[in-house]
Design a protein around this ligand. Structure first.
Ligand SMILES: C=C(O[C@H]1C=CC=C(C(=O)O)[C@@H]1O)C(=O)O
Length: 443
């Protein structure tokens, strides 16, 4: 495989990107049949994925890689992507969201994090939406060739390898010490420094065998079907929280904040859903998160719809208070031009579901008391296309696979803290939020 073009932010991309999308059913007879599960197509190395309920995108190979960092990481990534597109020759025979040129991205939570951000333009993408499946090839330097054949492009199918035994150890802050971190957060709230702060912790896992990311993705996608299962450059997970979807002028954001653990007993869980829906502590946490999203979207929208009351989202491990905020993007010039989904994600990030209220003070407090670099946990992760439309989740219920040692995985979980928060309850909640990734790594 040839080496990808590396584009530092804003750097010139040396070769044309040639992009072709065809419907899978249009491919020659004898080619790969319509794949039952998109994830089954992925190779073990650097798989790219954004899937939910069987729909979405998977990709592999690197045609272009854009690495960014610092406070301008989103704008720099967008500029570099535009530069790639300016040199692209595109033939898209399907014309759906996610066809034509697409790039996957994952960005650090904090401006100062060394994790920065990465945008990967794959060599091959297979997508599915509402029963329609397509194949996109993206290559550099070639001319538009004959119809691509998925059978030739899809790697020989090898089953995902089991990680074997997994040993867990403390992350940057032990569970006991994290009780003090939460207590410090509550004290800062009571002192008037912030109204809400989201505090997170990490746990280290060591797998017996090198982690085959496909193993984790398959388990997550099957069990957490209402979540977006993602994989971008070693950042993996199944997030229930959609930072923003932008499609043909409509924006949607699924805001989550306020959590109660599930018991495993359906009747008890129905009662707990009622408790959650009436918990003033959780409703307060949720209200801050919804307000932050509504405030950030308002300047870009001609109208927004912000639900008055959240619904209860049921996941296999927890119940969440959830609100779907929607909006219609304004076109200031009267044409269809509006900010890209990544620009909207940048405007929304960090919401009060992962940072706090007020944002700047909460961010400072996190940097002062949390005791770890979140890296790409709680940052935007997703994909966007040539027209800027795309989907960006918040990288929650997630883990980062070590670049140099695929036995090492860092799992993350965080909790919204308000004045009424109890450190022991928050620790238990963080353990419940670690369940999906622990499940993903289990045999
Ligand atoms: C920060 C996380 O969850 C956020 C999303 C949903 C509910 C949350 C909560 O109830 O605290 C958090 O705001 C995480 O899962 O790491």
């Amino acid at each position: 495989m040839s080496t990808p073009n590396r584009a530092a932010a804003g750097a010139h991309v040396p070769q044309h990107l040639v992009v072709r999308t065809v419907a899978i059913h249009d491919l020659p007879t004898g080619d790969h049949p319509d794949p039952a599960d998109l994830l089954d197509l992925l190779p073990p190395d650097a798989p790219l994925a954004w899937v939910r309920r069987g729909d979405g995108l998977v990709g592999w190979g690197e045609a272009v890689r854009i690495e960014v960092g610092g406070p301008d990481r989103f704008a720099d990534a967008e500029r570099a992507w535009q530069d790639v597109l300016a040199h692209a020759v595109v033939r898209d025979e399907v014309r759906l969201p996610g066809t034509g040129p697409v790039a996957f991205g994952s960005f650090a939570f904090d401006d100062a994090s060394a994790a920065g951000g990465v945008v990967v333009v794959p060599r091959v993408v297979v997508g599915r939406r509402d029963g329609r499946t397509w194949l996109t090839t993206l290559s550099t330097g070639a001319a538009l060739g004959p119809l691509p054949r998925l059978a030739e492009l899809a790697p020989a199918r090898t089953p995902a390898a089991c990680p074997g035994e997994v040993a867990y150890t403390d992350g940057a802050v032990t569970a006991d010490a994290w009780l003090d971190v939460v207590a410090d957060g509550v004290a800062a709230i009571r002192a008037g420094e912030v109204d809400k702060v989201v505090l997170a912790r990490d746990v280290h896992a060591r797998t017996e065998h090198p982690l085959d990311v496909r193993w984790a993705l398959g388990r997550l996608a099957e069990r957490y079907r209402s979540c977006w299962t993602f994989s971008v450059d070693g950042m993996i997970g199944a997030t229930p929280e959609l930072l923003v979807r932008s499609e043909r002028g409509l924006v949607t954001s699924r805001v989550l904040a306020g959590t109660i653990r599930r018991t495993g007993d359906d009747d008890a869980d129905v009662a707990r859903a009622g408790i959650l829906a009436h918990s003033s502590k959780d409703l307060e946490e949720h209200e801050y998160a919804v307000a932050s999203v509504a405030r950030a979207l308002a300047p870009y929208c001609s109208s927004t719809n912000v639900p008055d009351v959240p619904f209860v989202l049921s996941l296999p491990n927890v119940l969440h208070l959830a609100s779907d905020v929607t909006g219609v993007l304004a076109s200031p010039q009267g044409d269809d031009a509006h900010p890209s989904s990544l620009a909207l994600a940048a405007a929304l990030h960090p919401t009060a579901a992962v940072c706090g209220t007020p944002t700047a003070a909460a961010r400072d407090l996190i940097a002062r008391i949390e005791g770890m670099d979140r890296a790409r946990y709680a940052g935007p992760v997703g994909w966007f296309g040539a027209d800027g439309d795309g989907e960006w989740g918040i990288a929650l219920r997630s883990a980062e696979v070590d670049r140099t040692d695929p036995h090492r995985v860092r799992l993350f979980a965080g909790c919204g803290v308000v004045a009424a928060s109890d450190p022991a309850a928050e620790l238990a909640e963080s353990q419940a939020k670690l369940v999906p990734m622990r499940f993903a790594l289990s045999s």
